[in-house]
Design a protein around this ligand. Structure first.
Ligand code: S3P
Length: 173
């Protein structure tokens, strides 16, 4: 079993927050959700940040938080990231410094069925949600693969099944 921190990456709806919470509990270590931390520090929801300050401002907050985590030298923890964190090469390098990076890999079809009624993710509020998801996934794919140390496919399985598979993967490290 690894003693490194675990960083979960993946597209919106891949289960980073839920799985992060479950495995942190099972491992008995803290869980941090970057989107939640950003919202509570800013005193605004992500939709409000995107609408009021723009996407780049949100990306700067993500990078700032990753820099802090990488420098903090805190003990082992599980970090759930936001789906777009991989876009910036600096973020990918920071995540590698923080811990083992695991990609929760999901197909566009599953994202669309899981998030068909979502109103909280600004990037999904597009007239053609299917086209938006497909385009974002296509353009981000190389960044996800570059960032990931390991890949866990999460389609067509329950949260608990995926949590067990993720625990097994971590036990083997
Ligand atoms: C984003 C994903 C969201 C959130 C923001 C932007 C993205 O997080 O950070 O809406 O660019 O993919 P989740 O992946 O937790 O939905």
């Amino acid at each position: 079993m690894t003693d490194k921190s675990v960083v979960l990456i993946g597209f919106m709806g891949s289960g980073k927050s839920a799985l992060g919470r479950i495995i942190a509990k099972q491992l008995g270590i803290p869980h941090s959700d970057m989107d939640q931390l950003i919202e509570s520090r800013a005193g605004m929801t992500i939709s409000e940040i995107f609408a009021g300050e723009g996407e780049e401002a949100f990306r700067d907050m993500e990078t700032g938080l990753l820099r802090e985590i990488a420098q903090s030298g805190k003990g082992q923890a599980v970090y759930s990231t936001g789906g777009g964190v991989v876009i910036r090469p600096e973020n990918r390098a920071l995540m590698r410094r923080i811990g083992t990076v695991i990609l929760l890999d999901i197909t566009p079809e599953s994202v669309l069925s899981r998030l068909s009624r979502d109103t909280k993710r600004p990037l999904l509020q597009a007239p053609d949600r299917k086209a938006r998801v497909e385009e974002l996934m296509r353009s981000r794919r190389p960044a996800y693969l570059d960032a990931a140390d390991y890949i866990l496919e999460v389609d067509n399985r329950t949260k608990d099944e995926n949590a067990n598979r993720l625990m097994k993967l971590l036990e083997e490290l």
